[in-house]
Ligand binder design. Structure first.
Ligand SMILES: Cc1cc2nc3c(=O)[nH]c(=O)nc-3n(C[C@H](O)[C@H](O)[C@H](O)COP(=O)(O)OP(=O)(O)OC[C@H]3O[C@@H](n4cnc5c(N)ncnc54)[C@H](O)[C@@H]3O)c2cc1C
Ligand SMILES: NC(=O)c1ccc[n+]([C@@H]2O[C@H](COP(=O)([O-])OP(=O)(O)OC[C@H]3O[C@@H](n4cnc5c(N)ncnc54)[C@H](O)[C@@H]3O)[C@@H](O)[C@H]2O)c1
Length: 472
């Protein structure tokens, strides 16, 4: 058994762990990185990257099929297995950035083993014991498989297997109408599968309902069957037919089944009690500083509870580098975290939704809104579905919702504004090139000032006075 002494031991080489390791080693710390499975974690192998690649294949098929701008559409004849080749090729192109070789080249000691705590200051990984000044738990999450009766008797997919499936599902049943369910529903529908989504509550229920309704309407128009209030209670299967029965007795049959009902954090095999690290089903118990109940141990990313996104894991890494390397205090904020669901139209959010803003700020909230339908670039490119809605309190945005083409790109302006506590005037003063979809953000900012400028008797009085008595 080898004893390895180091400054920082990072457990998990996904988005969070890799960011911590890269940052710390480049600033001169000695870093050991443990990974028991695939370098790059969920995002690269089973999450963001393959899902966006498959959505891109579906998007291409959809655009080819649609007649537009005087150009005829034609049968795209999507080849599901070839779309999966595209997914694999994208992963392989990005893979070197997250590879063991790259991190070893930077000076990180990478050990390809699962780690578990054996004391407050030591982790065991295979035959090695790592003694470190600081530990970072970055073990992420895995698909939650609900205890639905009969599920273990059928072949079902999760995000960990669906991207390897090569035969096109004739009829994909998806349990769960969250971001995974909706992205996979649209990708598969556009690649030629029949798709049914069974959602126990409201589909896209964590998003602004007005924006979610636009996405759901589009998916339904494309032929995705979305059944809300349909909690899956029983699954059975015979001869390639999978049957799902819901709590209220309805029954659905399909050829393939995808489970997308949320995530389970990876804490169970870490022996956290041996390190005095408290946790619950939501993740490792951490404060704003992402430190656990053992001050030497931090948690980042999905396993730290809270929003589960790659950019959050990266942000967490940046937050803990300060105290770990420089002994400076740092706190993680949550008010400026954006997210996007990459259906078409896309749905993006940063800060508070309208409902949350009204709950927190009551009458002080002003809703500034602009529609894609009035955006000239949107009109020219037939991308007129959607809106930008900004929740404003005392002249500053506290949240923004965008549904429409490139919402994930467009939300950046509001992320910047909220992160830096900018006023609405900062966005209104921005000049955007004409004609761009980005003008819709500026129009939303202007919508905040319009009533103040154009409906104000005082402004009218001042203008009248200057026109009559001002210098020529
Ligand atoms: C289908 C899907 C699509 C998604 N799309 C997006 C998206 O578009 N945008 C976005 O921002 N987010 C997206 N996400 C979420 C994103 O993938 C996660 O938030 C992100 O991967 C979390 O990073 P992490 O470092 O916390 O964990 P992970 O990426 O899960 O990495 C954790 C790593 O730790 C390893 N590990 C676990 N236990 C141990 C141990 N004991 N010892 C050593 N290693 C261990 C695991 O093998 C894994 O490699 C998506 C997720 C899914 C499932
Ligand atoms: N574009 C992105 O950034 C992106 C994409 C995919 C996933 N993700 C991340 O992955 C996480 C997990 O996504 P998800 O979609 O699996 O989870 P989710 O928790 O967001 O949604 C799961 C849905 O399943 C429903 N559900 C639960 N049990 C059910 C049952 N028995 N029958 C029917 N419906 C049931 C829930 O009501 C919920 O709406 C997301 O929260 C997000 O953090 C992000």
């Amino acid at each position: 058994m080898a004893i390895i002494e180091t400054d920082i031991c990072v457990i998990g080489a996904g988005s969070g762990g890799l960011s911590v390791a890269a940052g710390a080693v480049q600033m001169g710390a000695k870093v050991v990185l443990l990974e028991g499975h695939l370098m790059g974690g969920d995002c690269l192998n089973y999450g963001c990257v393959p899902s966006k690649a498959l959505l891109a294949a579906g998007h291409k098929a959809h655009q080819t099929a649609e007649a537009a701008f005087g150009v005829a559409g034609h049968d795209p004849a999507p080849d599901y297995a070839a779309a999966k080749d595209h997914v694999r090729a994208v992963i392989e192109e990005i893979e070197p950035v997250d590879s063991q070789e790259r991190f070893e080249g930077q000076g990180v000691q990478v050990i390809r083993e699962f780690g578990k705590f054996i004391s407050h200051t030591e982790v065991q990984a295979g035959d090695d014991v790592i003694k470190a000044r600081r530990f970072v738990i970055a073990t992420g999450s895995r698909p939650f498989v609900p205890p639905i009766s009969g599920l273990d008797t059928v072949d079902y997919h999760t995000n960990e297997t669906i991207f390897d499936l090569r035969e096109k599902p004739d009829h994909l049943i998806i349990i769960g109408g969250g971001p995974i369910g909706m992205e996979m529903a649209q990708a598969h529908r556009r690649l030629g599968s029949r798709v049914t989504v069974l959602e126990g509550a409201k589909a896209m229920g964590k998003d602004d309902p007005e924006a979610a309704a636009i996405v759901l309407e589009t998916l339904r128009r494309e032929g995705v069957e979305i059944v809300e209030g349909a909690t899956a209670a029983q699954v059975s299967g015979l001869d390639g037919v999978i049957k799902v029965e819901t709590e209220d007795g309805a029954s659905f049959e399909g050829s393939h089944l995808l489970i997308a009902v949320g995530r389970q954090v990876n804490v169970d095999t870490l022996d956290l009690h041996k390190a005095g690290v408290a946790f619950d089903r939501g993740g490792v118990t951490v404060g704003d500083d992402l430190r656990s109940t053992n001050a030497r141990v931090y948690a980042v990313g999905d396993v730290a509870g809270g929003a589960q996104f790659t950019h959050v894991a990266g942000y967490h890494a940046g937050v803990i580098i300060r105290p770990m390397l420089f002994g400076l205090p740092a706190k993680a904020r949550t008010d400026h975290i954006p997210w996007a669901t990459y259906t078409s139209p896309e749905l993006a959010q940063v800060g508070l939704t309208e409902a949350e803003a009204k709950d927190q700020h009551g009458d002080k909230v002003f809703i500034a809104k602009a529609e894609f339908a009035h955006n000239d670039r949107g009109i020219a490119t037939e991308q007129t579905t959607g809106f930008v809605k900004v929740m404003v309190v005392e002249g500053k945005p506290v949240g923004a919702t965008i549904v429409g083409a490139q919402a994930g790109e467009l939300i950046g302006v509001w992320s910047l504004a909220i992160a830096n506590k900018l006023k609405m005037s900062a966005v209104a003063n921005m000049i955007t090139p004409y004609p761009t979809l980005g003008e819709v953000n500026k129009r939303a900012a202007s919508a905040y000032f319009t009533p103040k400028l154009f409906d104000s008797p005082m402004v009218k009085k001042v203008v009248g006075f200057v026109q009559r008595f001002g210098r020529p």
